[in-house]
Design a protein around this ligand. Structure first.
Ligand code: UD1
Length: 420
């Protein structure tokens, strides 16, 4: 357990370089096992989820070295196609190894990723896509035993909803399938286009990422040697901006891709923040008094990202008027709001809707991080509260934020992270 100790009420000012994207690096690290090869990734964030993925790769037999923001993966030799339960539990997105291992080893055995803080997170669409490609999957006693007795062959896969993970799994597995695969109603998130870029650098034939139809021309991949720089994290970008909006101040983000979080920028400017984007930087100056934005409605990209919903909600706690949030992606993504009320926030939730009535002030209080972005939302609220807040966190925030305490400190916040 660790505790985030925050002395609220400090304005934020300065400039911050945004880390590489967690949700881009994880599927790319899984993709590195598709064929024998050497991968050098740069701009890899130092995160607990990345550490867990490195342990998975080493467990499979890959050589992995990390130095600073560079990770080198040698996948010349894969010793096994099984991932132990202890690692599967640590990292829900480890399920993306399923498609990669089936493609490389024609076999994979791993446990079901557990239930989650955001409500049920089934993997039926992942399994449906892999079965369409020819995988036989035996689900027994919480384990998935997968094989491809008749080989993998290209298929038309229509996803009932544009699941990010299912799209990625299908793309990885389809790289080794004979013939063409067409994934319809594919997720359009920027991380999908990033994965396409990496797969093509390996020698795969993937096109259409970013649109609802992704095509993969399958076949055996040749040994490769590839370098790739990880794109900037759009949710971390949104976090620093929401923190500045809430606490007040003037912050510049460097090395970001503003078009990846334009919906967040739009909502923050509706709140009255002054936002200037130039190339790969964004500057936000907060308003003296924020006002409630138009309803924030989450959905698959390019709609407002579900991962930024808790951050935006935290930025609106003191906004004048009533802010409305509709969560359309996950069933149970408002658990963190109960913790925010300890700081004096007025929030009413019902099903998929949360209604925030702006208050004049928040006050510090003890609270608990319920999940990664919920924990970040609490930190944002604590920065804008009067007095001290201690947030008990079982490691959620460090799964997604690199040196968050230090970087907020560089912007003028008083934040420390201690072990308990
Ligand atoms: C990814 C992101 C996560 C983000 C989410 C939505 C990673 C590592 N994680 O998660 O940060 O919040 O996209 O943008 O990239 N679903 C099913 N069956 C399935 C798969 C998904 O019903 O087989 C449902 C989920 O329960 C959820 C919705 O589809 O309600 C979207 O989930 P999905 O896009 O798959 O999210 P992840 O890939 O898990």
């Amino acid at each position: 357990m660790s505790v985030w100790h925050i002395e609220g009420g400090r304005r934020l000012s300065g400039s911050v370089a945004v880390q590489g994207a967690k949700n881009a690096v994880l599927p790319i690290m899984a993709a590195s096992v598709l064929a024998p090869g050497e991968t050098e990734l740069t701009n890899v964030p130092e995160l607990r989820d990345v550490d867990a993925t490195i342990r998975i790769l080493r467990g499979l037999g890959c050589g992995v070295e990390r130095s600073g923001d560079i990770v080198r993966i040698d996948s010349a030799y894969i010793a096994r196609s099984e991932i132990p339960h202890s690692l599967m539990r640590e990292l829900r997105s480890s399920v993306v190894f399923l498609g990669a291992l089936l493609a490389r080893c024609c076999h994979a055995r791993l446990s079901m990723p557990g239930g989650c803080e955001l409500g049920p997170r089934p993997i039926d669409l992942h399994l449906m896509a892999l079965r369409a490609l020819g995988a036989e999957i035996d689900e027994r006693a919480g384990e998935l035993i997968c094989s491809t007795p008749n080989g993998l062959r290209g298929a038309a896969i229509a996803l009932p909803m544009p699941s990010v993970g299912a799209t990625e799994n299908a793309m990885l597995c389809a790289c080794a399938a004979e013939g063409e695969t067409v994934i319809m109603n594919a997720a359009r998130e920027p991380e999908i286009a990033e994965l396409q870029g990496f797969l093509n650098a390996l020698g795969a034939g993937v096109s259409g990422a970013g649109s609802a139809t992704v095509r993969v021309r399958g076949g055996a991949l040749r040994p490769f040697r590839v370098g790739h720089r990880i794109m900037p994290d759009r949710i971390v970008s949104a976090t620093y901006l929401a923190a500045c909006a809430a606490a007040g101040g003037d912050v510049e983000l460097r090395g970001v891709e503003p078009r990846h979080f334009s919906t967040v920028l739009h909502s923050l400017s509706e709140c009255g923040c002054d936002i200037i984007t130039t190339g790969c930087s964004v500057r936000l100056r907060s308003a003296a008094l924020l006002r409630a934005p138009m309803p924030v409605i989450t959905g698959p990209y390019p709609a407002f990202p579900t991962d930024a919903q808790p951050l935006m909600l935290a930025a609106c706690l003191k906004a004048k008027g009533t802010s409305v949030f509709v969560e359309n992606v996950f069933q149970n993504r408002f658990r963190f709001t109960e913790e925010l009320t300890r700081l004096g926030a007025r929030i009413h939730t019902e099903g998929r809707v949360a209604v925030v009535t702006g208050v004049d002030a928040l006050h510090g209080a003890p609270a608990v991080a319920t999940d990664l972005r919920g924990g970040a939302a609490l930190i944002i609220a604590a920065l804008s509260a009067e007095g001290a807040t201690d947030i008990l966190d079982s490691g959620h925030v460090e799964r997604g934020y690199e040196r968050f305490d230090e970087r907020l400190g560089e912007l003028g916040a008083e934040v420390s992270l201690r072990d308990k």
